[in-house]
Write a new protein. Structure first.
Lengths: 191, 182
């Protein structure tokens, strides 16, 4: 049996040594571990955001932009390549092709994941060249528009959105703190 | 008084045979093993602390069992918002199935507004603005969409949510650690 020594007792007086009963103590630890293991959440759900580009009420503090902003169009209709093009209104500023390799990984339970590391690298490089909102004090974000055909499964769309969100920038979050956030807002092209 | 060599005379008085065997060194190896209580309690305490630190009181986000979510790396934490699930052709809002379906959209392969979803989300928005009139409506909705649902359905649900006053649409995904693809 374990015990805690809290000083020696002298003859005649009540002993100062007291013993902690280890059996209920270990039982308590075991029950706590069992409860925490049973209620533990092993799958962590998160979200990927998109922006529906619905215009809000007019902001009087913000001047109306004279010329349309540059936007990155990501086209994934072709099975062999992605097309990345920066457009300002109807003018194409730059266009580049990225080879497409669909590496579908099937996990336990049939869960699929698709990743495009080459596309992610290229998008990051393109944003560094042409992105308009790079200053941490700038609250606005560059916009990426995803073009896809109607039959594309959702898992491939998430793969491309994930690649777009791999480009990060700093954003001032009060004081001198700068936090890293995705550089783009993603929306869909209607076709 | 004569000095005697210590022996085992006392033990001979114990009537149990197996004790006598053990004491005399005969018989087999002991079947009882001793356990160090200190290290065992240390281990249990460390396990309890680890599990308490990773414990999430909010519980698991409700997810339709038929929906298989894709995985992604560059994700954000979940927020409290209305949940729209697309399972097969069934549409559920916060777990309640709607009368409408996405069958027509899949058959026609054309984007269109889903009226039942639009009405359900608009009602929720009205309720929210009535309950909290002084706060701006966040307009966030989370979509639980199966990995194999075609893009035309995704875009139709996205557009319907935007028309109903929810421009901040998020897609629910499973988190994948960044090291998994490196």
């Amino acid at each position: 049996m374990g015990g805690i020594d809290v000083g020696g007792g002298k003859g005649g007086r009540r002993a100062l040594d007291s013993e902690v009963n280890m059996i209920p103590f270990i039982d308590l630890l075991m029950v706590t571990i069992s409860f925490l293991l049973i209620t533990a959440v092993w799958t962590h759900m998160t979200r990927i955001a998109a922006d529906a580009q619905v215009p809000g009420p007019p902001n009087l503090d913000e001047p109306t932009p004279v010329e349309p902003e540059k936007r990155l169009h990501v086209e994934m209709q072709s099975p062999d390549k992605f097309v990345l093009s920066w457009k300002q209104g109807a003018n194409v500023i730059s266009s580049v092709d990225v080879p497409r390799k669909d590496n579908v990984v099937v996990g336990p339970g049939g869960t699929k994941s698709v990743h495009y590391p080459e596309l992610a690298q290229k998008i990051e490089a393109e944003w560094k060249n042409f992105g308009s909102h790079r200053d941490p004090s700038d609250k606005k974000f560059d916009t990426a528009i995803l073009h896809t055909d109607n039959e594309t499964p959702f898992v491939y769309m998430i793969g491309v959105i994930d690649a777009i969100y791999s480009a990060h920038r700093g954003l001032a979050a009060g004081g001198s703190k700068v936090e890293q956030v995705p550089a783009f807002n993603v929306t869909f092209a209607v076709n | 008084m004569a000095i005697h060599e210590p022996g085992r005379r006392l033990m001979q008085a114990v009537p149990l045979k197996f004790v006598q065997k053990k004491i005399s060194g005969g018989g087999q190896r002991a079947t009882n093993a001793s356990l160090s209580l200190t290290s065992m309690i240390d281990f249990l305490v460390v396990t309890v602390v680890f599990l308490l630190m990773t414990f999430n009181a909010s519980g698991e986000t409700p997810l339709d069992k038929r929906i298989k979510l894709p995985k992604a790396q560059n994700t954000m934490d979940m927020v409290d918002a209305p949940m729209v699930a697309i399972s097969g052709s069934t549409i559920l809002v916060n777990g309640t199935p709607l009368t409408g379906s996405t069958r027509d959209i899949e058959d026609n392969k054309r984007m269109q507004r889903i009226d039942e979803l639009f009405n359900a989300l608009s009602r929720r928005k009205d309720q929210w603005t009535r309950v909290t009139p002084n706060k701006p409506f966040p307009g966030v909705v989370i979509l639980q969409i199966d990995q194999d649902v075609p893009a035309v359905v995704v875009k139709s649900v996205f557009q319907t949510a935007a028309f109903a006053g929810y421009p901040n649409v998020s897609f629910m995904v499973n988190t994948m650690p960044k090291s998994a693809t490196e």
